[in-house]
Write a protein that binds this ligand. Structure first.
Ligand code: 5GP
Length: 200
């Protein structure tokens, strides 16, 4: 498999990585396309099939695992499978795009290990686990049980941050967005819009 670059954004749920990924997708010079994951979790709110996820049943997901169709997959929460289909990455590469991923920590590190040179793995760090709890409750798309499950997982995920190429602290969103843009632009080889005066 060859092609463009792979930009991985991983973080505990609620850390703001999705906002950062959406912002980066709006920057045409980065030439990014979003890797739509497959999942067996139920659809939430306004989510659309094939846009936010490829929603499928647990048995359909397991069939894809058996057939070796995934670049990586994880049972992120019990019976909630998430995975990146090889066909999705190949499709985006064939369009000449760099592929950006919004995936969990284990999946992100797995892709990085498979493509050490081609991939940039970025960890988005929330201010604290307590702040995560507040953000997830505000989002209020899920039951308390589900939120607590995500929070329990967050502490374990925070410990993996040092294994990533880069860590972005999402304490202030505008600062985090700028930093994310700078890192990705550098990695994909785009000239930076520098406000620094020239040396000469
Ligand atoms: P959510 O249910 O909030 O959409 O996502 C739950 C978690 O699963 C998030 O951390 C999200 O980034 C992660 N995730 C989404 N797609 C994938 C994927 O393809 N592979 C893996 N390993 N995790 C994913």
């Amino acid at each position: 498999m060859k092609g463009g670059k792979l930009i991985i954004f991983s973080a505990p749920s609620g850390s703001g990585k999705t906002t950062i990924v959406r912002y980066l997708l709006e920057q045409p010079e980065l030439n990014l396309a979003f890797s739509v994951s497959a999942t067996s979790r139920p659809r939430r709110g306004k989510e659309k099939q094939g846009v936010h996820y490829y929603f499928m049943s647990v048995s359909e997901f397991k069939k894809n695992i058996k057939e070796g169709n995934f670049l990586e997959w994880e049972e992120v929460y019990r019976d909630n499978f998430y995975g990146t289909l090889m066909s999705e990455v190949e499709r985006l590469w064939s369009e000449g795009k760099n592929v950006i991923f919004d995936i969990d920590v284990a999946g992100g590190l797995r892709i990085k290990r498979k493509y050490p040179e081609q991939a940039l793995a970025v960890f988005v760090k929330p201010p604290s686990v307590d702040e995560l709890k507040i953000r997830l409750k505000k989002r209020s798309t899920e039951s308390d049980d589900k939120i607590n499950m995500r929070i329990a997982k967050a502490s374990v995920e925070m410990a993996t941050a040092p294994q990533f190429d880069k860590i972005i602290k999402n304490y202030k969103l505008d600062v985090a967005l700028k930093e994310a843009h700078r890192l990705v632009a550098e990695f994909v080889g785009v000239e930076q819009d520098s406000s620094k005066p020239e040396d000469e």
